[in-house]
Design a protein around this ligand. Structure first.
Ligand SMILES: NC(=O)c1ccc[n+]([C@@H]2O[C@H](COP(=O)([O-])OP(=O)(O)OC[C@H]3O[C@@H](n4cnc5c(N)ncnc54)[C@H](OP(=O)(O)O)[C@@H]3O)[C@@H](O)[C@H]2O)c1
Length: 308
């Protein structure tokens, strides 16, 4: 007897996918397929390892096969910005695309998401690029800590892809003071110049704060391995000086950074909530319907941490 949650793949099944290189670690298929089943959508979500130099043809292939949409992960987010046909403001702001929605022209000549076409598929198609990472950061911080950036002071460790988006998003939401620390100083300088240009009211310093901060974020990849050192110089900044500590890393569930922060009295949370919220926002962009948040969270937790 078929289980009620089993995928029934047939000629009408529609596809979504994540493209990455590598991609085998991705928890997105578990999260989105759980949502599709819950929403009774005859859709399937797959993961494909796509070489950066083949990204263009992989995106047009998905478009021609009338995929509903794509997610893009490392290293494709910046390259995709140059490839998609149109760019939503959410992606324009950050210069990176992590979600593509395929769209078709309806009989009235308006572009509609492909999810809105029932049987007769449009012939004129385009790819629309979005970014859901930036909003996911603030949604996650609000969900975890009820934190809103307005008028706060934040220390960001890391100025790579994720650190850059976190810093710019927080600056766009009215943070008063940003402190940015990065191993490679030139990247932090570049980021601070970008913030000062776009958000002149935000004060940016490339040093550890001497006083208290509201929030400290680990946006470095230090912590992915158990042997990694803590990403903060504790002789220059003691974690007890922050109210909240958020680690973008979610595997392991508690990094040395989070453990030390928790033991220092901070409220702590890991990056699973950010991963969840970028997925929620992507699903809503494709379906135009509210996402089943708790179903997606449960699927992610089960996929990443097992049944604990
Ligand atoms: N939760 C989520 O949804 C989510 C989303 C995106 C990313 N992330 C996580 O966020 C982290 C950063 O990702 P990313 O995309 O920004 O990667 P990235 O662009 O490669 O940036 C890596 C960052 O880590 C720093 N770093 C790496 N090795 C270091 C070391 N040995 N010592 C000091 N700093 C070091 C880099 O400094 P340099 O500039 O000096 O190289 C850079 O700031 C990763 O752990 C990733 O898994 C989570």
């Amino acid at each position: 007897m078929a289980h009620q949650n089993q995928l029934k793949i047939n000629a009408l099944t529609r596809c979504c996918a994540v493209y990455g290189h590598p991609v085998s670690h991705s928890a997105s298929p578990a999260m989105h397929n759980a949502a599709f089943r819950h929403l009774k959508l005859n859709w399937v979500y797959l993961a494909f390892d796509v070489l950066p130099q083949k990204l263009n043809s992989a995106i047009s292939g998905a478009q021609q096969m009338k995929f509903i949409g794509l997610n893009l992960t490392v290293p494709h987010k910046i390259f995709a910005f140059e490839i998609v046909d149109v760019i939503d403001n959410s992606a324009k702001n950050w210069g990176a695309v992590n979600t593509i929605r395929f769209e078709g022209k309806d009989v009235a000549g308006n572009w509609q998401p492909l999810s809105q076409f029932e049987s007769e598929m449009p012939t004129e198609l385009r790819s629309n690029g979005f970014n859901t990472d930036a909003d996911a950061i603030t949604s996650a911080l609000y969900e975890e800590f009820k934190y809103t950036p307005d008028n706060t002071t934040v220390l960001i460790l890391g100025a790579g892809g994720a650190g850059r988006v976190a810093a710019l998003k927080l600056a766009s939401c009215g943070v008063k003071q940003l402190y940015i620390i990065n191993r490679t100083l030139s990247k932090a300088v570049e980021l601070s110049d970008e913030i000062r240009k776009k958000y002149p009211d935000v004060s940016v310093k490339l040093d550890y704060p001497s006083g208290n901060v509201d929030l400290v974020i680990n946006a470095t990849s230090l912590g992915l391995k158990n042997s990694d050192p803590i990403p903060v110089d504790l002789t220059k900044f003691e974690l007890k000086k922050s109210g909240f500590a958020y680690d973008l890393i979610y595997r392991p569930s508690e990094t040395l950074f989070l453990k030390t922060a928790r033991e220092s009295g901070c409220k702590t949370a890991n990056g699973l909530s950010m991963l969840l919220w970028q997925g929620i926002k992507a699903l809503e962009i494709w379906t135009q319907k509210p996402a089943p948040i708790e179903i997606m969270r449960k699927a992610l937790i089960k996929n990443i941490y097992g049944n604990t």
